[in-house]
Design a protein around this ligand. Structure first.
Ligand code: UT7
Length: 329
């Protein structure tokens, strides 16, 4: 049985259509100033489908890892906006990419990617798969009323992906914290065929508190302190939430991954989009400890501490290490 698994590739995909705050200002009773001050969002991407975005992000992650589709033995897709009610959107993505093995969807909304990450690590350690493609993808704009300024300015579309590979010499996943307060599930809802309704202020309050509590639990379980973390990747809902949580944890913003200003809130895609952007920017190196925390509808949360394994510095010599490379059949 493999001891653990490490992330060996990453990728992201966003719709081409950029919607700026000025675009929203032109058709809604809102202002760029309100949106930036209250949320930190300056623009977002709207369009496409979850299967198309997930496929593109997945393809890029596989290329980055040097893993062929046939080598993938499991696909886990985190999404709360599947293309269809049935079947799972992962089936379409599995086919589009030509993957091997099984596939399933995970719906834990904004914490979905971290839940899916834990499930993927579990599948590897159970011996079910040695290579897993893990994608977070959502088209949240499909759930929002475009005329509702309370939600239309916040939520958007995108996908992020990672490749997880078995590694007998590396734990990879150091600790997790999973939780849900179902008594508050009605704070953020969308009925079948309806549009999203959110009690923003209460969700905000909980988001800061729960992000800090969950991140702290995961750090404690890993016997780590915030100062040990090279990169904190929180859910990208609101820059004020991210800054408040990082501040309370004692993690300086130069060690926090932020994309919410240009992506808006992409739910299941937000953590992998922020992680992929940081990796693309060369902000991670072998041995770095990464703390990811998701929080959202449910109200569900999930934190994971992982040890990063690959060099992200752009240029020759970067890329996956050792046996994770491209040459294996
Ligand atoms: O991903 C899942 C988790 N989701 C979150 O974490 C989101 C959490 N919540 C938030 O990020 C913030 O609560 C919001 C960004 C949604 C709202 O910020 P806020 O500072 O909590 O504002 P508010 O809801 O208290 O609204 C303040 C005012 C209200 O007007 P009154 O009642 O004071 O007259 C709103 O009607 O702002 C008004 N408002 C807007 N004004 C201009 C609400 N939306 C807008 C808008 N443009 N788009």
């Amino acid at each position: 049985m493999p001891a653990g698994a490490v992330i060996t590739g990453w990728g992201s995909a966003l719709p081409d259509n950029v919607v700026t705050n000025a675009d929203l200002e032109a058709r809604l009773d809102t202002t760029d100033e309100w949106i930036v001050t209250r949320s930190g969002i300056r623009e977002r991407r709207i369009g496409g489908s979850v299967s198309a975005l997930a496929t593109e992000a997945g393809r890029r992650a596989l290329e980055r890892a040097g893993v062929s589709p046939a080598q993938v033995e499991l696909l886990v897709l985190a999404t709360c906006t599947p293309d269809l009610a049935v079947p799972a959107t992962s089936a379409a993505v599995h086919h589009a990419l030509g993957l091997s093995g099984g596939a399933f969807d995970v719906n834990a909304a904004c914490s979905g990617f971290v839940y899916a990450l834990v499930a993927a690590y579990g599948a590897v350690s159970a011996g079910a798969a040695r290579r897993v493609l893990l994608i977070g993808a959502d088209c949240v704009s499909l759930l929002t009323d475009p005329d509702d300024r309370a939600t239309a300015v916040l939520f958007a579309d995108g996908a992020g992906a990672v490749v997880l590979e078995a590694d007998d010499d590396d734990d990879g996943l150091l600790a997790v914290d999973l939780g849900v307060d179902g008594s508050a599930h009605d704070l953020l809802t969308c009925a079948h065929g309806g549009t999203m309704v959110m009690e923003g202020k209460e969700v905000f309050r909980r988001a800061v508190r729960v992000t800090v509590e969950s991140a702290t639990k995961a750090l404690d379980r890993a016997e780590l302190a915030p100062g040990d973390i090279a990169l904190f990747v929180p859910h990208q809902a609101n820059l004020r939430i991210i800054e408040a949580a990082a501040n309370r944890l004692g993690i300086p913003m130069d060690r926090v991954a932020v994309v919410v200003d240009r992506t808006g809130n992409t739910s299941s895609a937000s953590v992998p989009l922020a992680l992929a952007a940081a990796a693309d920017a060369g902000r991670l190196g072998p041995g770095d400890l990464v703390l990811m925390t998701g929080f959202g509808a449910g109200m569900a949360w999930a934190s994971a501490v992982v040890r990063w394994a690959v060099d992200t510095t752009p240029g020759p010599g970067s890329g996956p290490r050792g046996a994770s490379g491209a040459s294996e059949p």
